[in-house]
Design a protein. Structure first.
Length: 177
């Protein structure tokens, strides 16, 4: 799966039109501000082969989305959307020890919505404590995820998550039988 391009058209029958409109609007706004960003979360799961309903827009954003102030205070830059037409726009950023997430971000291109690579998406899903995120990984595996590519990515960037990936692979195979 990581070798194929994500396809946003897969979302059209699974996601509410207002969520898709919010996705496009948020991306346009971030692009106009020069903020690197890529679709993550449930919308990215859908674009990578397992379309499902979701009520928000999750975006991985570069550090330029934030202003750093004295005393360690970090705030959003002016104009960064956090809600559009009642749809939450959740911004994810690289934390301590996650500089590798920057590889998933490229300069924004007007009219295009970037999607995080499957490797990054699985990392974000596996680090979450939510069962829903683990279920997304299982469904991506069943949809044809390049598990060896993801395993190599995790081994390089987040070795403790390899065991969670293996558990998800086992679960996917159990459900396929």
């Amino acid at each position: 799966m990581s070798e194929t391009r994500p396809d946003l058209r897969l979302l059209e029958d699974a996601v509410a039109p207002r969520v898709l409109a919010a996705m496009r609007s948020a991306s346009r706004e971030l692009t106009s501000l020069g903020v690197r960003h890529a679709l993550a979360g449930g919308l990215a799961v859908g674009a990578h082969g397992y379309p499902r309903g979701t009520q928000d827009v999750d975006l991985l954003v570069g550090g330029e989305a934030f202003e750093r102030r004295a005393g360690g205070l970090v705030t959003l830059r002016a104009g960064i959307p956090i809600q559009i037409d009642g749809v939450s726009v959740d911004l994810l950023s690289a934390g301590s020890g996650e500089a590798f997430l920057e590889e998933s971000l490229a300069p924004p291109i007007p009219g295009e919505i970037a999607v995080v690579p499957a490797t990054t998406l699985v990392y974000l899903k596996l680090k979450s404590p939510r069962l829903k995120d683990r279920a997304d990984v299982v469904e991506l595996i069943k949809a044809g995820l390049d598990v060896e590519g993801v395993r190599q990515y995790l081994a390089r960037n987040a070795p403790p998550l390899v065991a969670r990936l293996d558990e998800s692979i086992t679960q996917a195979h159990t459900e396929e039988d």
